[in-house]
Design a protein around this ligand. Structure first.
Ligand SMILES: [Fe+2]
Ligand SMILES: [Fe+2]
Length: 180
């Protein structure tokens, strides 16, 4: 009984440490993205199930770091995190059929839209561009060219599967506070 409690404590402590490390890395490499108005607006769009796009992207960044550490893949941590955060930077509700320019084939088109949006606001490195543009591979036929993009496309599929199967849930769209 006591051993079980110790194991539980250890598990919790590890999870806490991992979260702390994630937030440290996010602050170090991407505080400009996280604090930007457009990135914050993505919490008002649903990705899959009840998961907002903002949290999906942070989850993909977290899983990408976890994959690179678990498999000891040396990579550019800054590009990995920034690319993961911006990989779904399409900035609209892809479920909304009444939207102007509604695309039936969101899966095919959104990497290009995300890349165009992100390029307007950030000075993207070649690795970051590759991550955003290829994250839907194999749907978008050309495969990733750097290991950071391979990691993010894997992390994205893993997160999307958990969200679609409702094994990972979000709180839905952020409530828009009306003031004044
Ligand atoms: Fe995507
Ligand atoms: Fe995604």
């Amino acid at each position: 009984m006591r051993e079980k409690a110790i194991r539980e404590d250890e598990k919790l402590r590890k999870r806490y440490e991992q979260k702390r490390e994630l937030y440290r890395l996010l602050r170090e490499h991407a505080s400009d993205i996280l604090e930007s108005k457009n990135f914050r607006s993505t919490r008002n769009y649903i990705q899959h199930g009840s998961m907002p796009v903002q949290r999906h992207c942070i989850d993909v960044a977290r899983q990408s770091i976890a994959i690179s550490k678990f498999f000891h893949v040396p990579c550019n941590e800054r590009a990995l995190i920034r690319g993961a955060l911006l990989h779904d930077y399409f900035l609209y509700d892809w479920h909304d059929k009444t939207r102007e320019n509604y695309q039936m084939l969101h899966g095919f088109y959104h990497p290009g839209i995300a890349l165009a949006n992100a390029s307007r606001e950030y000075n993207l490195s070649l690795r970051e561009k590759d991550i955003i543009k290829k994250h839907m591979w194999p749907l978008t036929v050309v495969p990733p060219r750097c290991r950071e993009a391979w990691i993010v496309t894997t992390a994205d599929k893993y997160c999307s599967l958990l969200e679609t199967l409702k094994l990972r849930k979000g709180a839905g769209k952020a409530r828009i506070r009306v003031t004044g």
